[in-house]
Design a binder for this molecule. Structure first.
Ligand code: PEP
Ligand code: MG
Length: 843
């Protein structure tokens, strides 16, 4: 990247000099801002990225011209100024210009020890970092006297085969050359690229006159900031060390003092109250004018204060939110900017407990990060054990090969879940996110030793049932033992930020919520309704699974209806509670979707239990269960296909919804339920189901004498439904794109098995990312686009939304927003991040 002709290679930083972070780096630009504020910044010259590239290739800029800005016999420092401070750069070098003559001149002024100490430190850093000599002979002596200096100069001559350079210009050129080359080195390049720097990232350098920090009267150096870095609360923090220079000395100096008056010992406030007050004043000015919390590096030279540098305060995600909101509340930045400053992913991390980033991590196994947050507990291998453990008040971690709907109770009882199989849309992952239970899936290097009731880690370590492990669902790791945790933090600044986000965003955000608990979470996170209630999850609770099994084993429609009549009040109650919690917000209920055999036991013990419950011979039960088995159940008898062929189930559900509607509308505002038909591939399916649901609605109206309306919609999750959306829309008030199944069917990729080869596919660049995780806007997206366009053509006022797991991601939100969708729907815990991402797209 060549710089613009507007900018010089070497620029004296003045308030009006032409400077840009993209040409001179962030530090140089920041120093210019400080200079514009009229702060006491020593004279500084910036060298552009191009200048440093030139130096690395052997083209030294005009060094005497650089020096001419600093007056006679200057002492200088050189610091890196990369475009983004996170990309690093070579360490600062101080006291350039120190030589025999200067040493002799300084001795009477600042004292023998201080002058010699300064010279010794410069020779040392020049020898090690510039001349690249073996550091061994250059250790700093305990006593900085003439003998020590003579030894150090002699060591330099021995190691470098030349005397220590005395000319400031030679020293400065050496420093510039070594820094330019260090930036081009392979390890520095790899390190910064790992932090997101482009291959051609440039380095700028700033050459600054030294403020001494050593000598008579009070001299020293320090750093100060005005917030603490963990929670971002206002608090003056930092250190000051008398007779020292620079950050490194400060970090190493055990004698450093606090800044504010403190009973722990001496403070700068006591020592130099005026300078301290001045620092606080300057800090306030920097915060408002740089519109950021900065850490300021300062030096006192004989009680005169200098500001050398300022960098963005390092901060946790929690602090980042607090700081952005405080800056906006104080009018330093507009709320839009506060919204833009926080990464949505940082926000979702705050809503869950986390392993303390400072904790030591003893890794057992890595897998896929499927549901964020962290929890510790005792290992259990089954849902019954998980429930038993929860009833004893003991935290447990459920470890399974994979989970099935039968495990829902175990997952609710467990503090976290680990599965060996599955990807980001596997059952465990979807349910984990819905429940807010941390979850790691696809931990395929883990072995479950059933006989010994142990798990075996890839390194051979064994962990028995009952041993404590920790699941970090944010990073996708299982850890041994119980590392320290940071608690979740919602409320306060997070809520303020999200309130602002809601003002700016222009697409709705609903939640996928199946249970009253999910719905409550959705409300707490200010979701604008439920976009997907997967009703089948309601059938795994308590006694209901028994009733479901009876229903599945019913001989005919009448028998089936009789069992469903017993399920009806339970379902009605489910829906009434959802309507109640959502308090007038829309609730979109999806009719029964999974294959029936998911409700049947998979092992002999379960089959025996079922046979007992149904008073049928085991052989008969086994035969019937086998008869329900399918080669490819995800493409088999599920969704609307059940609705068409076993209509009693949908009829019962529709009745439950309508009766709950009547009930809820009696006590509050009228409820307009939304009913959604899953897995549609043909218009006639919708027509058939709609006819029956309309009939149920008419019956409930007649029985109760109450009128109500409802909206019937279609879940678009097969490629054919996208292609035929125009026809389908004739019978649908809304279309909701189920991108989990749509991805599965577009790629011909099993959502439950893809985990096995997904990492190889991503590693070899076949897929950019797991398409179940990151919406494939090209392929799946094209189908969604076709579906949306044709749907709109079929019915111009149709409501469009997305409810697959992608719904909460920035990419999917952007995609849907660009196409004028009405809302996205995602797991309740992703709602805050989705609100923020949607706002950022709109700003
Ligand atoms: C989908 O397929 O995208 C969807 C939301 O439904 P489910 O995940 O329940 O199949
Ligand atoms: Mg689906």
């Amino acid at each position: 990247m060549q710089q613009h002709a507007l900018f010089d290679d070497v620029t004296l930083i003045t308030p009006t000099a032409a400077m840009s972070p993209a040409v001179h780096g962030g530090r140089a630009k920041c120093l210019q801002r400080l200079i514009r504020l009229d702060l006491p910044v020593p004279t500084t010259v910036a060298l552009s990225f191009d200048a440093i590239r030139g130096i690395a290739r052997g083209r030294m800029p005009d060094v005497p011209a650089i020096l001419s800005h600093f007056g006679p016999a200057p002492l200088l420092s050189v610091r890196p100024s990369s475009q983004d401070p996170d990309w690093g750069g070579p360490g600062a070098i101080l006291n350039i210009g120190m030589n025999d003559e200067r040493h002799a001149l300084m001795r009477p002024r600042i004292g023998e020890a201080a002058a010699t100490g300064l010279y010794l430190r410069f020779i040392q850093s020049y020898a090690v970092h510039v001349a690249r000599l073996d550091p061994e002979p250059f250790h700093l002596p305990d006593v900085a006297d003439a003998a020590a200096l003579a030894r150090m100069l002699e060591a330099y001559e021995d190691e470098a085969d030349e005397t220590f350079p005395q000319a400031t210009g030679v020293q400065l050129a050496g420093v510039l050359r070594s820094m330019a080359r260090a930036w081009e080195g392979t390890s520095a390049r790899l390190l910064r690229q790992a932090k997101g720097a482009p291959a051609d990232a440039g380095l700028g350098l700033v050459v600054q006159a030294m403020a001494l920090g050593v000598g008579p009267d009070e001299s020293g150096s320090g750093v100060i900031q005005f917030v603490e870095p963990v929670a971002g609360e206002p608090q003056i923090t930092g250190r000051y060390l008398s007779q020292s220079q620079g950050r490194e000395a400060l970090a190493a100096g055990a004698r450093a003092m606090y800044l504010t008056r403190d009973d722990r010992g001496a403070s700068l406030q006591d020592l130099c109250p005026d300078a301290f007050a001045e620092l606080v004043r300057m800090g306030g000015l920097i915060r408002t004018r740089l519109r950021e919390e900065m850490q300021i590096e300062f030096t006192m030279e004989a009680e005169r204060l200098f500001i050398l540098d300022a960098v963005r305060v390092q901060r946790s995600n929690r602090a980042a939110v607090r700081i952005a909101v405080a800056l906006a509340e104080d009018g330093a930045i507009p709320p839009e900017e506060a919204v833009m400053r926080i990464a949505p992913s940082a926000l979702s991390e705050l809503l869950h407990r986390q392993v303390d980033p400072a904790a030591r991590r003893d890794l057992v196994v890595s897998g896929i990060a499927a549901s964020p947050g962290a929890a510790s507990g005792r290992i259990v291998f089954g849902s019954a054990e998980a429930q038993a453990s929860a009833s004893r008040g003991e935290d447990c971690i459920l470890v399974r090969r994979e989970t099935t709907p039968e495990d829902i109770r175990g997952m609710t009882a467990a503090k976290a879940v680990v599965t060996l199989r599955g990807g980001v849309t596997s059952h465990a992952a979807v349910i984990g996110r819905g429940l807010g239970v941390p979850c790691v899936v696809g931990a395929s290097d883990l072995v479950i030793d059933r006989k010994r009731r142990q798990i075996v880690a890839p390194d051979g370590r064994r962990f028995a049932e009952g041993e404590i492990v920790t699941v970090d669902g944010t990073r996708g790791e299982v850890l041994a033992g119980e590392p320290p945790m940071l608690e979740a933090a919602i409320g306060g600044a997070v809520e303020t930020l999200l309130g602002w986000a809601d003002r700016f965003r222009d697409i709705g955000v609903r939640a996928n919520a199946d249970t009253p608990r999910d719905a409550q979470t959705a409300r707490n996170f200010a979701a604008e309704g439920i976009g997907l209630c997967r009703t089948e999850h309601m059938f795994f609770d308590g006694d209901r699974i028994g009733l479901m099994r009876e229903m599945i084993f019913a001989e005919d429609g009448d028998d089936r209806r009789a069992v469903l009549d017993r399920l009806l009040p339970l379902q009605r109650d489910d829906f009434a509670r959802l309507f109640d919690i959502m308090a007038g917000q829309p609730v979109c209920i999806r009719l029964f979707d999974p294959p029936l055999h998911e409700f049947l036991p998979g092992d002999t013990a379960g089959l025996r239990e079922l046979a007992e419950g149904l008073a049928l011979p085991l052989a008969e039960v086994t035969r019937r269960v086998e008869a329900l088995a399918e080669y490819n159940p995800m493409l088999g008898m599920r969704g609307v296909r059940l609705g068409v062929t076993v209509p009693e189930i949908y009829e019962m559900q529709a009745r439950a919804i309508f009766e709950a509607t009547v009930e809820a509308s009696r006590s509050g505002a009228p409820v307009v339920p939304e009913i959604m038909i899953p897995l549609v591939s043909a218009m006639r399916e919708v027509e058939l189901v709609k006819g029956r649901i309309d009939a149920v609605a008419a019956a409930v109206k007649a029985e109760t004498g109450r009128d109500f309306t409802y909206r019937l919609g279609v879940m678009v999750e097969t490629p054919r439904a996208c292609l035929r959306a125009g026809d389908i829309a004739a019978h649908a008030a809304f279309l909701s794109f189920g991108t989990n199944d749509l991805t599965q069917m577009t790629y011909g990729l099993s959502r439950d098995d893809a985990g096995r080869f997904m990492s190889a596919y991503v590693a070899q660049g076949v897929y950019e990312e797991d398409p179940f995780h990151l919406l494939d806007t090209e392929g799946v997206g094209e189908l969604v686009q076709i579906g949306a366009e044709r749907g709109r053509r079929g019915r111009p006022d149709i409501t469009l939304s997305i409810c697959g797991e992608h719904g909460g991601s920035r990419r999917a939100i952007e995609f849907c927003r660009d196409r004028g969708f009405d809302y996205v729907s995602c797991s309740p815990f992703r709602v805050p991040a989705a609100r923020l991402a949607a706002a950022q797209l709109a700003i």
